[in-house]
Structure formats: C-alpha cells, structure tokens
Design a protein around this ligand. Structure first.
Ligand SMILES: [Zn+2]
Length: 385
C-alpha cells in the first residue's frame, strides 16, 4: 500500500503534467450494430441495482449507470444477462493494471469501513438544513444564474466565492477527521494521503463519506457548475474525490503551484484559527500550456474565511502560501466529468477554456485580419507602406 493516493487522483505539479492516455475501445466495433450501446442514455429506464455485487472488478454504480445505454432489446432482459454484457465491454475497455488498482482500492476501503466506528453518524447522510447556511440553500433551491450570483462574488474571471457551511457542520467534520486520524495512529493503519503533495489530511471517501459527498456534488455543486463551467463538463460532473488537507507550523506549511485532477474544484475552509495560507491563482491552462506565462488579469489572491467556499475550474493554476501560525483545515471536493474527459481526447482546440489557447487564437485572427486588409489595399492599388 502506498502513502500516496491512486495515480489518477494525484495532484500533478505543472512541470510533470502529463495528458491521461485513453483506453481504446477496441472490440466494441466487432459487435453487430443491433447490439451496440446507445449513444444517449434511456432516461426513462430504471436500472437494476448491482449493490450486492461488490466482488466485481467494477463499481456497482457503474453498472447501474451503464445500463441506461444498453441496446433497447436488452433493457428488459435478466440482470445476469445485462451484467455479463456490460462486464464484457468494461473488461475490453480498461487495462489489467487499472482493474487491479481499482480492486485493491476497493479492498482498502472495505477494510477501513469495517473497522472504523464513526462518531458523528449525522455527517454520513446529507442534512442540508443543518450543513449549509440559509442563503446558500435558498440560492440552490431557486437554481438560476441570478440566484447563484446573488450570494457569490466573482473576484477574478471564473473564480467564485460564497458563504456555504454552518459552523455546526465544520465542527462536526473536524471532530470526525480528528477521531479518524487518532484511530489511524492507534491501529497503526497505513492510510493513503489525498495526493502526492499533501502529507497531512485524509480522503473522506475512504471512511464512509462517499455517499454524502456524492449528494453534495450532484445536488449542490453540479447545478452551479452547469451555469458557470459548461465548457469543462460542468453539467455532467459524475464522480468526485473528497478529502481534507491540514496546514500548520507542525504540518504541511504551503502547497506548491499545480492544477487539480478535476474539472471543477470546491475548496471550503473548515477552520480553525490561523494566519496566512492564502490561495493564489494564475489562470486556466490546458495540458500543452500549463507552464505558459500568466497574464495580469489572471492573477488573484484569496484569504480563506471559515465556512466560506471557493469554486473554480480544476485547471486554474494555483497554490497555497504558508500558513504562518495556528492550524488550517480545508475540505476539497474535486468534481470530474467522464463525458468531458472522453470528449477531450478528440478535441484539439481548448480555446473555450484555456487562457493561452484563447490568446493564441485571438493573435491568429488578428494576423489574418491584418493580412486581408493588406491584400485589399494592394488590390485597390494604394501604396501599402
Ligand atoms: Zn491551451
């Protein structure tokens, strides 16, 4: 078991950022047309539950989601038949090493969940009225761009800040994390840290908070992302990585410049007392441009306030300055869209979200307009110099 999180979850420093390599869908093309997966899901179909099948290589949830894409003739078949069909596809699609990694991680989680006794059971299901401040709940219920903007500030393009969590929730989560960390020490359990850059903190999904955080993503973060981040899959966020990080003079002090392995990142300060620890942002970049220059309008520094959230694209380059006194704990939710990741493999143009692609595109347009003008002037027989 490694101290670091699984590879797909690692924060990649910009210098070593490597594009994820796609798993080809070989094999699927050999199936007859009638047996192909549908392009769009059948939203009316109520999929079977696969929750009792934890021994399989893939998550039960994945089977339930995939079932909506089955050929119409299969939808009402037996669960076993559908399972076999979907498993065949998934096995062709994912590599052996990826499957082994997923399987090991599932066993790791099972081991923690079967031994760790949560202290605050109320944390493990979504209790929106107790967790969130009324203004945030009201904005989400109204579910319009205006309602979201009424509680938010946008201090730099694409970075949104707002009050979100009740002190009650922050205290509960801090206390649960402390208890979990104590249990880890007492039992000598080797846990995976949230990513390669944080030596302190823990993955909330690993000790039972996955369902609650899924709900947080689906019912609260996705509605906002649908409005503010549509070009990076904001409306199709379908998985998350949820963790807390801890900073202080006796812990990690600062966090280097990086991009997150997420489409949309929610970063909320839980407390406690601290100074320093400001976030600094330096603009959104695709893989190719991750190390390119920062434009002045992309520079933004943010000081954390307990209970307040920052919502930004995962590809907005950022880091955290040193926490100079006290202890700072933040909740991070990296939200991902498998649809966006799949599409990204085929799209070369990222100018609808990468700041540098955008700049290059504008420059090309400027040059082309200048060349056309020159050409027209020449045709008119006017002197060009
Ligand atoms: Zn770019």
């Amino acid at each position: 078991m490694s101290i670091d999180g699984p590879a797909e979850r690692r924060k990649q420093p910009p210098q070593t950022q490597t594009p994820r390599t796609g798993n080809g869908n070989c094999g699927i093309s050999s199936m007859s047309l009638a047996n192909r997966l549908r392009l769009n899901p059948n939203k009316e179909h109520k999929p079977d539950s696969y929750d009792d099948l934890h021994q399989l290589e893939f998550s039960p949830l994945l089977f339930s989601s995939l079932e909506r894409y089955l050929p119409p003739t299969m939808l009402n078949g037996s669960r076993d038949l559908k399972l076999q069909y979907m498993r065949d596809i998934l096995l062709r699609y994912s590599s052996e090493s990826e499957r082994t990694r997923v399987q090991r991680h599932r066993e790791y989680r099972q081991k923690i969940i079967s031994h760790y006794q949560p202290v605050h059971k109320e944390l493990y299901t979504m209790q929106a009225a107790q967790f969130f401040v009324p203004s945030f709940l009201k904005a989400i219920n109204e579910n319009t761009e205006d309602s979201f903007r009424s509680i938010m500030a946008e201090p730099a393009p694409g970075i949104y800040t707002f009050e979100m969590l009740q002190p009650y929730f922050c205290e509960l989560l801090l206390s649960e994390v402390e208890t979990f960390e104590r249990w880890v020490i007492e039992t000598n359990f080797r846990i995976m840290r949230p990513n390669t850059m944080n030596r302190y903190g823990c993955v909330l999904d690993d000790f039972g908070l996955e369902t609650m955080l899924d709900k947080l993503m689906e019912d609260f973060i996705r509605p906002m992302s649908r409005v503010f981040f549509p070009e990076v899959g904001g409306s199709t966020l379908d998985s998350h990585h949820g963790f807390v990080v801890e900073y202080g003079t006796d812990k990690d002090s600062e966090l280097g410049f990086h991009v997150d392995d997420s489409e949309v990142t929610l970063n909320v300060c839980l407390g406690k007392q601290f100074s320093g620890g400001e976030l600094f942002f330096r603009g959104i970049r695709c893989d190719k441009h991750v190390n390119s220059e920062t434009q002045s309008e992309e520079i933004f520094d943010y000081s954390h306030v307990p209970g307040h959230a920052v919502l930004h694209r995962g590809r907005n380059r950022h880091g955290a300055r040193a926490t100079t006194s006290g202890c700072r704990v933040n909740l991070l939710l990296w939200c991902r869209s498998s649809v966006f990741r799949e599409l990204k493999k085929y799209q070369k143009d990222s100018s609808n979200w990468c700041g540098e692609c955008q700049r290059e595109k504008k420059e090309r347009q400027r040059q082309s307009i200048a060349a056309t003008k020159l050409e027209l002037l020449k045709r008119d027989g006017k002197p060009t110099s």
